[in-house]
Ligand binder design. Sequence first.
Ligand code: NAD
Ligand code: UFG
Length: 342
Amino acid sequence: MKVLVTGGAGYIGSHTVLALLQQDHQVVVFDNLCNASEVPLARIEAMTGKHIEFFRGDIRDVAALDAVFGAHQFDAVIHFAALKAVGESTQKPLAYYQTNVHGSVCLLEAMQRHQVTDFIFSSSATVYGELAIVPYLESMPLGSPSSPYGATKVMVERIMADYAAANPEFRGVSLRYFNPIGAHESGNLGEDPKGIPNNLLPYLAQVAVGRRTHLSVFGGDYPTQDGTCLRDYLHVMDLAEGHTAALNWLADHPQQRGIEAFNLGTGQGVSVLDIIAAFEQASGVPVPYEIAPRRAGDLAAFWANADKASTMLGWQAKRNLTQMMHDTWRWQSQNPSGYSEE
Ligand code: NAD
Ligand code: UFG
């Protein structure tokens, strides 16, 4: 299949591009590089010996979208491009609605103009909102996430539902990611956030490599076994393979219409202190940390029920916490400054 991947130079997008090429799909990447560079794409080409066509463009730029859709007949679109920092979204809500919601509408309109029906969307566990009971199940209603970022994911899922109701040809899949971490097992691809990392694993890995002095553990008094938050961490290559599974499921089900949502997680809640211990064991490097005040907006504990993805897509997370930590450390120690040296 020929697949358009928006945001394909980013963290999850680049790993998914590799998984797609490994399954002999053709890939065109569309990315404005606001949070990425072309280096991972060059590395993927070197790893696979396959060409990736790259368009530098913004998903809100209708002419740029028409150019890429005009140049290729796509079988499907995988839509990663978005702004994703939860905290920043409370400071710059309009930028988040502009890119994540308006940008997604521009993309769906371009698909409609060019008669492309198959759409896989990067959603998030945050769509279940603050009141949902764990483990999260796809049959639960969309909630009210506290951040504008989370609200954009709920809105795009609603837009997909409304569009599907009006356009009987549309085939949408919403993949609700839990906490993707880790890196490709080669150490060639990984997460390279700009500035101070917001997320746990990139911050922890930068402490381990000596770029930061210590990790602040946000909250030690949650109602969990060790007082720190529980999350459902999954390996980014498992997540990438969730996208190829969804793409293949659409292709294998030509009668499928409308939208379908799938949780992509392991089904296990792991604490922040568990993560630190697992990382230290895998890397052999001590990680200095201190318990800091809670971070606004954090939920104590959530994890997935991932049975639907297993039953319908034949997808299950295969890689364990030890492998996630080994691969995080391989990436960070081989690329202490991320992709910026090239
Ligand atoms: P990322 O920032 O590494 O990747 C996003 C990519 O989109 C970047 O390459 C960026 O340059 C590009 N982009 C942003 N705005 C664009 C625009 N207007 N036009 C074109 N390209 C644009 O982030 P990621 O972690 O790989 O996340 C990918 C997707 O998964 C996002 O939609 C994110 O919201 C979602 N998601 C991520 C997580 C996570 O923990 N990383 C969890 C749940 C959902
Ligand atoms: N944490 C720390 N110290 C840090 C960073 C994080 O203790 O320096 C803790 C957080 O408090 C939380 C856990 O580590 O308990 C995980 O935090 P992340 O920021 O890595 O991930 P979140 O669970 O907050 O956010 C993720 C995604 C979002 C998504 C959200 C809900 O990054 O995109 O899950 O699905 F919206």
